[in-house]
Design a protein around this ligand. Structure first.
Ligand SMILES: [Zn+2]
Length: 104
């Protein structure tokens, strides 16, 4: 996954287009992310105890990662990233911003 928890992303489609937010959770198997304040869904929560009122909670829903673009913390531009191994044959990968070429 090129987008990780804690990244700031730009939404590129849907009703929240052009908004920015922070990635709260990522689901690599589904290629989805949850972004703070984006794709808000209202959920009715039933009262858990008698005498308690039911309430509406607002939760951000998952977004497909193809609908978000990473904002590079180095140059501040929405960019694509390239994943590279820092050292040949090493498993851990680093992400490179395609706009400024810096490690993210
Ligand atoms: Zn950059």
């Amino acid at each position: 996954m090129k987008i990780k928890k804690g990244d700031t992303v730009l939404i590129t489609s849907g009703k929240d287009r052009r908004k920015k937010g922070k990635v709260l959770t990522s689901f690599p198997p589904e290629r989805k992310v949850i972004v703070e304040g984006i794709n808000i869904r209202k959920k009715h929560q039933k009262p858990r105890r008698t005498g308690e009122k039911g309430q509406i909670v607002q939760l951000p829903g998952p977004l497909d990662i193809s609908n978000v673009k990473l904002i590079c913390p180095k140059c501040g531009k929405a960019t694509r990233v390239e994943c590279k191994s820092k050292i040949k044959n090493q498993k851990s990968k680093i992400r490179i911003c395609k706009k400024c070429g810096q490690e993210i």
